[in-house]
Design a protein around this ligand. Structure first.
Ligand code: NAD
Ligand code: DAU
Length: 354
């Protein structure tokens, strides 16, 4: 393989996960002049079945590597002469970080450190970009008003968000200390195809399909600000190519909604599509998540004004497309349900203590 003919050689970490898969499915056909190496450990959340459409593409390879393993990562960088990275690999689920934070510290902090060290060793001005994908959860929780901006203070409240905040600080430090060119994105809750059914929307769709209870934490009035995954991927493409080195870009689509209202909407859409119901009757309030952030809302003015990004998919349209995707892909959903999932589900939902 003549790797030198490709204009950029890019490692995409976590490319078999929810956002990583959507990103690769978009970018691999869009940029035949780039070579993409999907570096993923394939945890419970990684699924190569997502990537069937591109698995034989000439400009794409998969490498099963744990980002905690510096030597293994280094060998991949040598093998493909890697210049840039889109870093998505992470332990991503808040409830799991509460049950057991160790993997979050190892993957999200040490893994990011390993990637930064490789970036530093191989850095070429104007040729190397480090796109670090982070979350709005680093900013903590909002009251009834206001928005997270790029200048909001970091106040992470869960082991997950604290580990992501630590990684963000490392990335920032590598810019300030070594003059490297990383860019950070902090986005709100994504939804869409290929999301693992531990997260609110696919979990509710799956449980409703099965006629199981729909567990809403606490009073259900916690607010999340939803972003359709394809709009997020377009934003990442833009920031990778045009983001200013050392800068942070918040990404969100102004779709704030209380969890209870969202679950009711999902039930309504499913009643309409499948008949039967009302599925709302399956809703059950369960003890709250410890340290549960009350409200997230993102101010995306910078990426809109400076890079011209605009979300294209309305919340209603995105939600309908998502429900339809899960109904059309029951086999994908059923394949997620293995012993590991059952154990996690029992740990998280049986005898919940707030
Ligand atoms: P996900 O859990 O669906 O996928 C994570 C992927 O990372 C999986 O493919 C998994 O196998 C891989 N991975 C985990 N540990 C690894 C390791 N040690 N080495 C190599 N690969 C490893 O996550 P997602 O929802 O797609 O999130 C992707 C990124 O976006 C994460 O960094 C997350 O913090 C961030 N983010 C997600 C959301 C969201 O709503 N999903 C919002 C904001 C930010
Ligand atoms: O804001 C960005 C973050 O969004 C990402 O950084 C995380 O990786 C991603 O997991 C997501 O975190 P949340 O904790 O907001 O997402 P989750 O889908 O777990 O929960 C959404 C809301 O729904 C939250 O307020 C908790 C609530 N919830 C969740 C589940 C799984 C319930 O009420 N019941 C549930 O069963």
């Amino acid at each position: 393989m003549d790797i030198g003919k490709y204009k950029k050689r890019i490692v995409v970490t976590g490319g078999a996960g929810f956002i990583g898969s959507n990103l690769l499915l978009t970018l691999v056909p869009r940029y035949p002049e780039y070579f993409f190496v999907n570096v993923d450990k394939l945890t419970y959340a990684g699924n190569l079945a997502n990537l069937k459409e591109i698995e034989n593409a000439e400009n794409y390879r998969f490498e099963k590597v744990d980002i905690r393993d510096f030597n293994a990562l280094s060998a991949i960088y040598e093998k493909y002469d890697i210049g840039s990275v889109m870093h998505l690999a992470a332990e991503s689920h808040v409830d799991r970080s509460i049950i057991g934070p160790a993997d979050f510290i190892q993957t999200n902090i040490i893994g990011t450190f390993n990637l930064l060290e490789l970036y530093r060793a191989r850095f070429k001005k104007d040729a190397s970009t480090f796109l670090h994908i982070s979350t709005d959860e680093v900013y903590g929780s909002l009251g009834e008003g206001g928005y997270f901006t790029e200048y909001s203070a970091y106040r992470p409240n869960s082991p997950y968000s604290a580990s992501k905040a630590s990684a963000d600080h490392l990335v920032r430090a590598y810019h300030n200390t070594y003059g490297l060119h990383p860019v950070i994105t902090n986005c709100s809750n994504n939804f869409g195809p290929y999301q693992f059914p531990e997260k609110l929307i696919p979990l509710m769709i799956r449980n409703a399909c099965e006629g199981k209870k729909l567990p809403v934490y606490g009073d259900g009035k916690h607010v999340r600000d939803w972003l359709y995954v394809e709009d997020h991927c377009e934003a990442l493409d833009l920031v990778f190519h045009e983001g200013e080195p050392g800068q942070t870009y918040n990404i969100g689509a102004h779709n704030e909604i209380e969890n209870i209202e969202l679950v009711r909407l999902i039930c309504g859409i499913m009643d309409e599509m499948l008949g039967g119901g009302p599925r709302e009757a399956l809703i059950e309030f369960v003890p709250d998540r410890p340290g549960h952030d009350r409200r997230y809302a993102i101010d995306s003015t910078r990426i809109i004004k400076e890079l011209g990004w605009r979300p294209q998919v309305s919340f209603e349209e995105g939600l309908r497309k998502t429900v339809q995707w899960y109904l059309d892909n029951r086999a994908w959903l059923d394949n997620c349900i293995n012993g590991e999932y059952v154990k996690y589900y029992e740990q998280n939902y049986t005898d919940r203590q707030s």
